[in-house]
Each structure stands twice: as structure tokens, then as C-alpha cells.
Design a protein around this ligand. Structure first.
Ligand SMILES: Nc1ncnc2c1ncn2[C@@H]1O[C@H](COP(=O)(O)OP(=O)(O)OP(=O)(O)O)[C@@H](O)[C@H]1O
Ligand SMILES: O=P(O)(O)OC[C@H]1O[C@H](OP(=O)(O)OP(=O)(O)O)[C@H](O)[C@@H]1O
Length: 231
């Protein structure tokens, strides 16, 4: 049983350890310094890439830190399996979970979500401007975007390497994350439109925020850490 200290607003030990979910991918390196400034300091094993554990203690032993896939951070927090987490605004927008509250922009993981297509015209067997296939990891955002344009788009969900879709005949366009633009360029694609600018956010389960004083206290510690960092 994890020990819960009275010092952190959990006097009766009534809430169990506070669970904080972080993405194991590329945001992690930038997220850890922000977490540490807010007082969330993971145990040493968290930094060991060879360690197969998915749940880690923090330095105080009052908290568990879950290391999961980026999309799953939002799901854990929305369902209250974790009270808080860090995730890209792309993931928040994709799920649009009503139970998620994203109070703080952490200013990390900057990129954009864009529509891209082949640089050179490709002879497609599969559609025209009124029925388009789009390969993406973000079917929710993509269908909403094309609906707003009045274009009927069929979204094909891929989990990576979207850039292969146009020239292989899977889909005429892609919707994917862009940062330097190098991946698009290397794969003969050009950006046509930016759907959204992205940064990572602190996310909180709304019910946990209302009922667990440690959650609101930790939100304030992140807020202070961000203000101090900007000063
Ligand atoms: N090229 C990039 N530059 C900056 N930030 C990015 C970039 N690609 C992704 N991100 C941000 O990092 C988040 C995680 O992306 P990443 O592809 O590293 O996730 P991951 O955890 O490896 O994904 P998966 O769970 O599918 O393996 C994205 O949701 C986005 O907010
Ligand atoms: O504009 P750039 O700087 O080239 O970055 C964009 C690339 O970064 C992300 O992929 P990632 O490297 O995370 O691999 P993935 O395709 O496996 O998600 C994204 O999906 C793009 O492919």
C-alpha cells in the first residue's frame, strides 16, 4: 500500500496516491523539467529507458507517475484513472472529452497539425475534390475540418508514417503533425493548410479537481512554475 502523507492535503488518506500521466514519446524530455519545477520529481527508475515499469513513484512517495502513449494520457485522465497529466493540444482536440479540463499551456511540444499533399500531381484512382481520402492519426479533427470546408472526406486512420499514403495510392492527402517540415519535404509532400497550432497542456479530470484538494493545489504549483519561468 502506498503511503500517503498528511502534508499534501489528503489528511485521512481518503484519495489514495495522486496519479499523474505523462506521454512516453517526444514530449517527455521537455515535460520533465516543467514537472520538476512544479515539485513533481519522478524516481530515478523513471529515466531508465530499459526499465519496463509503467508506473513510477515520485520523490515524496505520495504520487504515482504513469508513463503511457500520448493518446492514452487523455483517456486515463478523462476517465479519472489518472487525476492529471500532460498532453498535446492535438490529442485534447481529437478526443474532445467533456471531463477534461486543460487549465495551463506549458509552452512545450510546439508544432502544428496540417493538411499536406504531393508536390507533384499524382494520378489517383480513388476520388476527386468532392470525395477525398485523407490518411491521418486524427480522424476526429480531420473530419470536422473537411466538414467545415464542405468537402466530403473519408478518413483512413494510420498510427504513423502518414507520409507514405499519397504516393502509395492509399489517400490523396494527409493530415499530420509538422514541426521543421523536414518529414514532409523528404517524402515529396507540401503543406496546404494549417488546421491548428499545438503546444502541450496540463490536463485535469474535472471531477477530481472539484473533490480532491491536492489536484487544485498542484494546478497552482504548475501555474506558479510557469509564471516564475517566464519572469
Ligand atoms: N515533430 C514534432 N515536433 C514537436 N512536437 C511534436 C512533434 N510530433 C509530435 N509532437 C507532439 O508530441 C506529442 C506526442 O507525439 P509522439 O509522436 O512523440 O507521440 P508518441 O507517444 O511517440 O506517439 P505514439 O503513442 O503514437 O507512439 C504529439 O501529440 C504532439 O503534441
Ligand atoms: O516536421 P518535422 O520536424 O519533420 O516533424 C514531423 C514529424 O514528427 C512526427 O512524427 P514522429 O517523429 O513522432 O514519428 P511518427 O510518425 O512515428 O509519429 C510527425 O508525425 C511527423 O512525421
Amino acid at each position: 500500500m502506498t503511503k500517503v502523507s498528511p502534508a499534501n492535503g489528503n489528511p485521512e488518506g481518503q484519495f489514495g496516491p495522486l496519479i499523474f500521466a505523462v506521454p512516453k514519446g517526444r514530449i517527455l524530455e521537455e515535460a520533465v523539467p516543467v514537472m520538476e519545477r512544479a515539485g513533481v520529481v519522478p524516481e530515478a527508475a523513471f529515466h531508465d529507458k530499459a526499465d519496463r515499469s509503467l508506473s513510477f513513484a515520485d520523490e515524496t512517495g505520495d504520487m504515482r507517475i504513469f508513463r503511457v502513449r500520448a493518446f492514452d494520457v487523455a483517456t486515463f485522465v478523462a476517465f479519472g484513472a489518472a487525476q492529471m497529466g500532460i498532453v498535446g493540444s492535438d490529442v485534447i482536440e481529437e478526443f474532445d472529452y467533456s471531463e477534461l479540463y486543460a487549465p495551463i499551456d506549458l509552452g512545450i511540444g510546439e508544432c502544428r497539425l496540417s493538411v499536406a499533399e504531393p508536390k507533384e500531381p499524382v494520378e489517383y484512382k480513388y476520388g476527386n475534390a468532392s470525395h477525398l481520402r485523407v490518411a491521418t492519426k486524427y480522424p476526429g479533427i480531420t473530419s470536422r475540418y473537411f466538414e467545415r470546408q464542405g468537402i466530403q472526406a473519408e478518413c483512413i486512420k494510420l498510427n504513423g508514417a502518414m507520409e507514405l499514403a499519397p504516393y502509395s495510392g492509399l489517400a490523396g492527402r494527409i493530415v499530420d503533425l509538422v514541426s521543421s517540415g523536414q518529414t514532409l519535404k523528404s517524402n515529396g509532400l507540401v503543406e496546404k493548410d494549417t488546421i491548428m497550432q499545438i503546444t502541450s497542456r496540463l490536463i485535469v479530470n474535472r471531477a477530481a479537481l472539484k473533490t480532491d484538494p491536492r489536484v487544485s493545489a498542484l494546478v497552482e504549483r504548475f501555474r506558479t512554475a510557469m509564471i516564475e519561468d517566464a519572469a
